[in-house]
Design a protein around this ligand. Sequence first.
Ligand code: MN3
Length: 246
Amino acid sequence: MIYDAENRRAMSRRKFLAEVGAASALGGVLNTRLLASDVKPFTLAALPYSYAALEPYINQATMRMHHDTICAAYVNNLNKLVAEHAPYLAHKKVEELLAIELYTVPEEIREGVRENGGAIMNHDVFFRGVAPNAGGAPVGKLAEAIQATFGSYEKWKERFTAVALMRARAGWAFLVRNDVGKLEITSTNNQDSPLANMQFPIVGLDVFEHAYKLQYQTRCADYIAAFYNVVNWTEAERRFGSRVED
Ligand code: MN3
């Protein structure tokens, strides 16, 4: 019975992963494929826009530090953990480890993989989910789904803001598609990824202090308000539309 339950869970997670794979097909800011022959299997790719592109909403110094220092550290940490403790995991993708195989990761590095792997996936959603000349209201089928689920974009924004504020300094707010295909606003503590709960992130907002303190100091609410001017709804709509139907 225990095996059956575990097996069903793994099957369900594999199906979920197929959706994640479909959504990631265009490639991310971060190359999450591990290469066994590589000394440093995870790589940190450049942002798809300049460091200053999101000014005045998120300034150049913040983006540079966030990407080049903070994010690079998560990538380096994960490389180090895998290389030193579990090189046989080197052919896995990060989303695969988080979504279906975290329990196969050696216990001594499981928290580290969860933290650093989660950070890599979360930052990929965040960095690709913002853009210059973006913001405004959601588009296409995502706009319809937001309207149907939350009543209006304004109501969605109000709830997303409240959830993000609750995680201020060390966490994330997400708009996800949950395991029954419905939109939901959720949040995670530290670097936990919604993927671990079979929730597929559509929009992700990093509310760690490092994401805003250089520009906004302790004013996280101002940073969150600014975020709505750079949300890339085209990318969010693409992620939403990546759904694989039964
Ligand atoms: Mn961050």
